[in-house]
Design a protein around this ligand. Sequence first.
Ligand SMILES: Cc1cc2nc3c(=O)[nH]c(=O)nc-3n(C[C@H](O)[C@H](O)[C@H](O)COP(=O)(O)OP(=O)(O)OC[C@H]3O[C@@H](n4cnc5c(N)ncnc54)[C@H](O)[C@@H]3O)c2cc1C
Length: 270
Amino acid sequence: MMTESERAFRRGPFPIRFRLLQVRRTTRVSPQMMRVTLGGEELAGFHSEGADDHVRLLFPEPGALKPVIPIVGPHGLSVPEGQKRPVARDYTPRRYDAAAGELDIDFVLHGTGPGATWASKARVGDFIAVGGPRGSFIVTNDFDWYLFAGDETALPAIGRRLEELPAGARAIAFIEVAGAAEEQRFDTRANVQVTWLHRNGAAPGTTDLLEKAIRGLEFPPGDFFAWAAGEATTLRPIRELFQQRVANKSWVRVNGYWKRGIADHDEPHD
Ligand SMILES: Cc1cc2nc3c(=O)[nH]c(=O)nc-3n(C[C@H](O)[C@H](O)[C@H](O)COP(=O)(O)OP(=O)(O)OC[C@H]3O[C@@H](n4cnc5c(N)ncnc54)[C@H](O)[C@@H]3O)c2cc1C
């Protein structure tokens, strides 16, 4: 018999590996979301099993052609002598197609910051390095239903999960975006109910739209897995809410993907 913990578990950590890749094309998914498709010989063998996996993207210094790639040694990572540690940010592998040799990353163009800036200027042939994923969080497909909540930074993970869920699975998603133009369509076989919440001019990370929407939800019966990601501070009440409602504490995963006013916000992931 499957134990409860086996319905949500980790794989990894996998050995650290950095791949030097190049931009194959860019696609404007919505006004504030840029899809960058990466490819290159080093992409072979890339592996991403969990919909909310993340990779560490290493960006070239302004003016440089390629990013500095850390050396993986017995005592951890180091950079070649005389070079600066590369600027790095976490992103979700939105789609990996081994046959086509393509990896899609969806970047929120939120304004300043090396990640958003690089994506807004990315041209075919530009170099970037991709580290990881170091591990995956696997959630089985046999929950009675799934609850997703997040802002646009969570859209890649939510979209990927909705597209990976099998026919017959049930999911309810609340997604906060700037406005109607930022809504996306998902190619899913599952029975999915998506509610888009519009900030209508409010700054990202300042609203309680997600919290209110979840509080207003009539939770369907049965076992569910609850997942949320987005601005760290706004997620706190949502984490509490989830913990109160789930049947098993391990059926919740809430990750602050960014924090207002903080560059490269880093918190231990659930
Ligand atoms: C596991 C994980 C997966 C992630 N996946 C994705 C993904 O697929 N796509 C994606 O776009 N992001 C994703 N993020 C979030 C992303 O890493 C952060 O938004 C990151 O800060 C962006 O880096 P930057 O260089 O653009 O900005 P930074 O230099 O880190 O920050 C500069 C300023 O911008 C603010 N800021 C950062 N992000 C946002 C935002 N979204 N909206 C408004 N202000 C912001 C910061 O608070 C700071 O004041 C993920 C994060 C994690 C931890």
